[in-house]
Each structure stands twice: as C-alpha cells, then as structure tokens.
Write a protein of this length. Structure first.
Length: 306
C-alpha cells in the first residue's frame, strides 16, 4: 500500500465517485478504478459501495479514512522537508482561516508576511472552524486560524486571543448606547445569527443560543444569516440585533452605522487559536508565518489590556 493508492482512495471519497476523482487527479477513469481495485485486493475488503447510484464508503472505508489522511499528509511532510533543504526561506505555505477572521487583522498579517518573505508562495482559503481542522488534518493547509480549541489528539492548538463579544444594534435602536441590567432584558428582541448546520457545529453559530440557555432564558426569536456582512446590513436596517466580536463590528461602529448595547451580566468571548498537525513538518517559511500571526495577535491582546 503506497501513498498514491491512499491519495486515490481519499480523492474518490471526497469527490464522490470515480469520474470526479479522475478529473481531479488528471487520470483516466479505468486507471482510477484499477488503483482502487488493487488496494481493495491488497486489504481483502471493499472500500466503497454503490448505494442508490452513489459511491459511498463501506464500513472498512470509513475506518480507513483517518489513517489514509495521516499517511498522505506524512508523505507530503517528507517531500516538503527534503525540498526545504534547498529552499529554506521559500516554497508554498497554505493558510486556512475561518471566514469571520478574514478582516483587518488578517490583512495586516498577510501584508507584513508578504513584504518580509517575497519568495514564499502563500495561499489562503476560508472555511468553518471544523473545516479548518479537517484541512490541517489532511495536509491541505499548513496553518489554520479558527475559533475554539480542537480537542483532537492529532492536532495542536495555540491560544492567540480571547476576543470579547458585544451586542450590536441599529444606531437608532431605542437601546443604542445604553446599558441594560441583564441579558434577559433583550429576550424579546429578534436576534441575527449564523445558522446551525447539523454535523457542522460552528462556535459563532451556537454562541448566542448557548448564552440564553446558560442564563436560563430558553428560546429566542432569531433570523439565520450565513454571511457576516449580511448580518451587519440587517442590524443597520433595524431588523434585529446581533452578538459580534469587537473586530468584526469595528468599522461600522467607527462610522456610527451601528451601535452597541451594554449588558450588565454579559461577559462573553471566543478564543482565536492556531491549528497545526501534531508532529507535522513546518518549513522555515511556515514557522515565520506563525511568528507573524503571534505578533499581530499580541498587539490585539495589548490593546485589550491583557
């Protein structure tokens, strides 16, 4: 069993079939089918099943996935480590970031890193927190930025910043700029929040609901909106209030298109962490990117009085 066979297996799984995997790997469908057949023959079990016209993992295939991911990632580590000997301050670095963290602070990180390391091929993709971890685990990203720690044993998480959350409203909201004693005073408001997608828990989606449950306040009226920008536009229009981080609301607060509501018994924040693969190879360029990320978030902590 070699890394090419495992990569083929994972691509068929992720792409949902032989045809799509063949396109992704730039190989013929018969070549992909043969590779899978040889792997199944070697293991003595089928890895895929055809169910209602779809290619699905068998029980053995589901067991195989995490091991195949680690093996393929380790092979990529070996290649990167050898290449890094010849090009220690260059090469590719892939960064995966939760979409709501892709704001001004990330822009500062990317600008600083690009200026100091022009030979590094830096790529960026956005995802949910869970997806960021998956990209790191599979070796498709080198460094991840997400909310909340991932407790998986194959990942390392480093806390960068516990970013405060605040309630925001339209600038002409009756409670704009005012203090309410407790969160219960806002129970009758309509809240705007990220949708909760089954099987894809996202900390920012669940936070507002968890707060109300923690305070014993039960269900609330809310509108699910899967875009941070759209959430802020709805808040500006007076169609609801939201719980946002300070950095995500900073521009609108500066231009006074939205305002805040101070809540006496509300102390909420979410952790911003880096994610790397435990035992994975980090090139000199990747380590320098980590240093840049730490430096920018250190500024945020100092500005917050930590």
């Amino acid at each position: 069993m070699d890394s090419d066979a495992l990569l083929t297996f994972l691509t068929v799984h992720r792409r949902g079939g032989i045809s799509s995997a063949a396109k992704a790997l730039h190989r013929s469908q018969p070549a992909i089918s043969r590779r899978i057949a040889l792997l199944e023959q070697e293991l003595g079990v089928p890895l895929f099943e055809r169910i209602a016209g779809r290619t699905m993992l068998s029980d053995a295939g589901r067991v195989m996935v995490p091991y195949a991911e680690r093996a393929v990632a380790a092979a990529q580590d070996a290649e990167n480590a050898v290449r890094a000997l010849a090009r220690p301050n260059s090469g590719p670095v892939a960064l995966a970031v939760v979409g709501t963290l892709a704001g001004g602070r990330l822009s500062a990180i990317l600008k600083r890193f690009a200026a100091e390391h022009p030979e590094v091929e830096l790529s960026l993709r956005t995802a949910t927190s869970a997806e960021v971890s998956d990209l790191i685990r599979r070796g498709e990203a080198t460094i991840g930025l997400r909310y909340d720690r991932d407790r998986s044993r194959d990942l390392d998480c480093e806390l960068l910043f516990a970013e405060p959350l605040q309630v925001v409203c339209a600038s002409d909201h009756p409670r704009a700029g005012r203090l309410v004693t407790k969160l219960a005073d806002l129970r009758g408001e309509r809240w705007i929040a990220f949708p909760v997608v089954p099987g894809r828990r996202e900390i920012t989606a669940a936070h507002v609901f968890a707060l109300f449950q923690t305070h014993g306040l039960g269900e609330i009226d809310w509108t699910p909106v899967d875009s941070l920008t759209a959430q802020k536009r709805l808040v500006e229009a007076g169609l609801g209030i939201a719980l946002l981080s300070e950095s995500n609301a900073a521009e609108e607060l500066r231009h006074k298109t939205i305002s805040t509501i101070d809540v006496g018994d509300l102390k909420a924040s979410h952790e911003v962490v880096t994610v790397t693969r435990r035992g994975g190879f980090l090139s000199a360029a990747a380590r320098r990117l980590m240093e840049t990320v730490r430096a920018e978030y250190k500024k945020a902590r100092m500005a917050n009085g930590e």
